[in-house]
Design a protein around this ligand. Sequence first.
Ligand code: HDL
Ligand code: ZN
Length: 411
Amino acid sequence: MNREHLKDIVEEKLAAVEIVDIHTHLFPASFEGMLLWGIDEILTYHYLIAEYFRYSEMEYADFFRLPKSEQADLVWNTLFLERSPVSEAQRGVLTVLKRLGLDVGARSLNVYRDHFRSLTLEQHLDNVFKAAGVKEVVMTNDPFDPQERGIWKQGAAQDPRFKSSLRIDPLLLDYPQVVRTLQAEGYEVDADLGGNSAAEVCRFLEDWIKRIDALYLGASLPATFSAADASLSWRVLKECVLPVCREHGLPLALMLGVKRRVNSGLELAGDSVGKAEIGVVERLCAEYPANKFLVTMLSRENQHELAVTARKFRNLMIFGCWWFLNNPSLIEEITVMRLELLGLSFLPQHSDARVLEHLIYKWDHSRAVLGRVLLEKYEDLLTAGWNLTEEQIEADLGELLGGNFYRFLQA
Ligand code: HDL
Ligand code: ZN
């Protein structure tokens, strides 16, 4: 295979691979309005709200009291009409509009609104998955959210493209606070995890794993999270979460390094980043070899040590360029480093999509970077005299964008 041909093959195979998006905040259309979609949701994505407030002196509360369409107007005028939308989240809006066939040059929010108003959600959802090249997404399912709990208990219609994960942050980070919810749900737990509480927390986890058919358990943990043995967090982890994951062969997905609400006025946009303690990952992988850990870290400074840690533990699968790392310059830097340290044994990306149409821009932008860095690595192989085949390139991409995930689930 020659270099000119190689570039076309990589692009062609990337465009054709059916992506498994292992972490999103999306829901099927049947989940009673929990799925965010359409231009006003796209423009009021918390990434864009943070960027809007770089230019606005408005009181945060006054902004959030506005109807979503008026929030969207402010974001559109400030970030798109008054100056060029060069940030990743801003560019993402244009990619979505263009890929949905809208006239980006028109710059008319009302024309775009008319288009979205003309759509049926079911058809639009099919179109978005197809345009994004996504086969299935894993949801973030929160048993502590009363609305979502109700939907699962009523038995919402399932959509095979939406897989489930059980999100348990409050159980790990604020156990005393969730005790009342657990008790109200019929689990005999007490605030210091005494008596039969651990067994009851396990029963809660197992009931939900079965109810939603969870592919993994997940939690986002702060940069300060440490392996403090006596802490309630670590006890819930050791006595409940890890045994249940082992019992059911499920990975525990840890998303490390968030600093919640450094500016609470910004609500969801108010979270920031901190360098987390890689020792927590090392200790979990070493002390629990029968458990599987999916890990992503939010700080750029954690990326090299995370990739090196994955070299040490086969029960560790690292994934994604998460949140503040989901920008072309950092995706490139991190993915090249991971290919050089781990070969193809990692999951390069997840979208973290909160709004349906995010699937289009987040995967378009990441695929472009992945294609560039992989092409370079394949060219190095050609230089070394290695023969490459189209079938092998297709297989490599299938592993990176889904196969590694399912292999890890079955390990
Ligand atoms: O905790 C998480 O799952 C994060 O992804 C947060 O939802 C964050 O607000 C986000 O959307 N990041 O992309
Ligand atoms: Zn997320």
